[in-house]
Design a protein around this ligand. Structure first.
Ligand SMILES: NC(=O)c1ccc[n+]([C@@H]2O[C@H](COP(=O)([O-])OP(=O)(O)OC[C@H]3O[C@@H](n4cnc5c(N)ncnc54)[C@H](O)[C@@H]3O)[C@@H](O)[C@H]2O)c1
Ligand SMILES: CC(=O)N[C@@H]1[C@@H](OP(=O)(O)OP(=O)(O)OC[C@H]2O[C@@H](n3ccc(=O)[nH]c3=O)[C@H](O)[C@@H]2O)O[C@H](CO)[C@@H](O)[C@@H]1O
Length: 493
């Protein structure tokens, strides 16, 4: 007998299975580890398996986690004590044995989804597909499968569903529940973000959504669950970062206009920001040397690809995208503007050196900041990198400093072929002989730079400073004999 209402079939299977007691989280990384230990700390949960493949690069995490030690870099308040608590309580264990997925009521996939090559902007779903196959082979009726990874809209109801059904012989929405619940964590506040941020939860059908809401609700403290469809959840995640990137691009473009008109962007920003009130406040962000990191540099392209795939999938006529003929996407244009900012920083450097009677070729540049974000060692997709490459190609000698990024442990070095990768944590070493000091990251250490000290350390009669994060006070540096340029600052010499 074919069930006219497959979701009722699923509801029956879920009822038969009862409340969620055993959970699996695949991918013991920045997202998976906090998710797993928070699940394991919920009263009534019997066990949480942290599934981690025993790979060369990450297999070491298995033993570490089972000892109650976190393999994550940097400070994560509360994480290790909670990990130790649930390991000691026996409610969490890490394993490479995927067959234990069959014992779970719910399985979450928190696997990385990098872009293979920034040039083609296509995501590398290989690790995620491998994880989905492991789940499919161990899938049981009534189970809930949740994708937490950041994915292209359409992936949950499309590729993921197909793989799970192919591997299991079961039918999504009839035999098992399937949903997407994107992560909004930020490194340094993983546990807090999961507990306090609202949680978007989207199923491929209402029963799947309800089961996913049941899974995540006990984890939240001040956050609330926001239910929707799986594809809407995928669009929400990618669009929330697309919008942030767009807002930054709007600030960057206005900063370029202000420079061209000899106007101080920060005066204009204060003016715009003074407009307060319901419906008229402006969300103006900050211009800078560029946009880096793992989220904003990619999520726009996930969103764009989602629209493209929907069109190619021949969605119903009304789903075809209606957009001004031949016009580029506003969002990819925003990406282009943000990706232009390192080039703008080089133009500012060249102009400032020219005012000091020097050329870019043959100049020595102290590039301050390799991390993509303030007071962090995270250098993923750092805007400093394209600047470093372009300045070096133009004949400048570039010395990179960052007080947080340790050359000995950093996977992304300015020039790996150099003994220390062209990166130093010693500011005096970086400043020695510099014709130009160029600030790329708003580290607190750079806010306290004293112009006279920097000039002395550089040994340069008329040095140059280019401020990409508005962290120094122009007048102090001009008075100390620097040629000053700053993003959005116009003429200050
Ligand atoms: N890190 C963040 O701040 C953050 C924030 C929001 C969203 N996200 C998204 O969450 C996802 C995970 O990101 P992350 O930072 O935790 O990645 P990560 O690289 O830190 O962790 C991924 C883990 O999964 C493991 N893994 C990969 N393939 C596997 C497989 N087939 N089976 C078992 N384990 C496997 C890896 O070995 C690694 O330990 C990504 O899609 C990312 O975009 C990350
Ligand atoms: C869970 C998740 O996905 N979280 C994301 C994560 O994003 P992230 O880690 O990439 O950090 P961002 O702060 O977005 O910075 C990115 C780059 O943009 C530059 N920048 C920033 C602001 C500005 O006004 N002008 C700029 O030029 C900055 O220097 C840096 O290079 O945290 C944000 C909250 O911090 C979240 O909103 C965002 O969803």
């Amino acid at each position: 007998m074919t069930d006219q209402h497959p979701e009722n079939h699923l509801a029956t299977r879920i009822t038969e299975r009862g409340p969620i007691r055993t959970i699996g989280v695949i991918g013991m990384g920045y997202v998976g580890i906090p998710a797993a230990v928070l699940f394991a700390d919920i009263p009534g949960i019997t066990h949480v398996y942290g599934f981690q493949r025993d790979s060369k690069t990450s297999g070491y995490k298995i033993a570490m986690l089972n000892r109650g030690e976190s393999p994550l870099k940097g400070e994560e308040p509360g994480l290790e004590p909670l990990l130790r608590k649930v390991v000691d309580a026996g409610t969490f264990s890490c394993t490479p044995d995927f067959s234990k997925i069959a014992d779970c009521d719910a399985v979450c996939l928190a696997i990385q989804t990098p872009f293979l090559d920034p040039a083609d902007l296509l995501p590398d779903f290989t690790p995620l597909i491998d994880g989905l196959r492991h789940v499919g082979r161990n899938l049981r009726p009534g189970m809930l499968v949740v994708l937490e990874s950041t994915i292209t809209p359409g992936t949950t109801a499309g590729m993921a569903r197909e793989i799970l059904e192919e591997e299991s012989g079961l039918v999504a929405g009839r035999d098992f529940a399937l949903a997407h619940a994107p992560e909004r964590v930020m490194v340094g506040r993983l546990l807090r973000n999961i507990r306090e941020h609202d949680r978007i939860v989207g199923g491929i059908d209402p029963v799947s959504t309800a089961r996913a809401v049941e899974l995540y609700t006990p984890v939240l403290t001040t956050g609330r669950v926001i239910p929707m469809t799986a594809t809407a959840a995928e669009v929400t995640k990618t669009a929330e970062n697309t919008f942030r990137d767009l807002q930054i691009a709007a600030a960057n473009q206005l900063a370029l206009y202000c420079e061209a008109m000899g106007v101080n962007f920060y005066d204009v920003r204060a003016g715009i920001d003074s407009l307060k009130g319901e419906g008229i406040t402006r969300a103006i962000l900050w211009p800078g040397a560029g946009v880096g990191g793992h989220c904003l540099t990619k999520d726009t392209y996930h969103l764009e690809r989602g629209v493209q795939l929907a069109a190619e999938a021949g969605m119903s006529a009304e789903a075809a995208l209606d957009y001004p003929e031949g016009r580029p996407s506003l969002y990819t244009l925003a990406r282009d503007i943000n990706d232009f900012m390192p080039a703008h920083m080089l133009h500012l450097t060249e102009a400032a050196l020219a005012e000091a009677g020097k050329a870019l070729s043959g100049a020595t540049i102290a590039l301050l900041g390799w991390a993509f974000i303030n007071d962090s060692d995270d250098a993923r997709n750092s805007p400093s990198e394209p600047y470093f490459k372009a300045a070096t190609a133009a004949g400048a000698a570039v010395r990179v400093h960052d007080p947080w990024v340790d050359p000995a442990t950093s996977p992304d070095l300015p020039s790996p072929d150099q003994p220390d990768g062209g990166l130093t944590m010693d500011l005096e070493q970086a400043l020695a002989g510099a014709d130009a000091v160029v600030i790329f990251t708003g580290h607190a250490a750079y806010r306290g730079l004293v112009p006279e000290d920097v000039k002395r350390l550089s040994g340069c009669e008329q040095p140059v400073i280019v401020d990409g994060r508005n962290v120094v006070e122009p007048e102090e540096w001009v008075t100390a004999g620097f040629v000053y340029k700053g993003v959005g600052r116009g003429e200050w010499n």
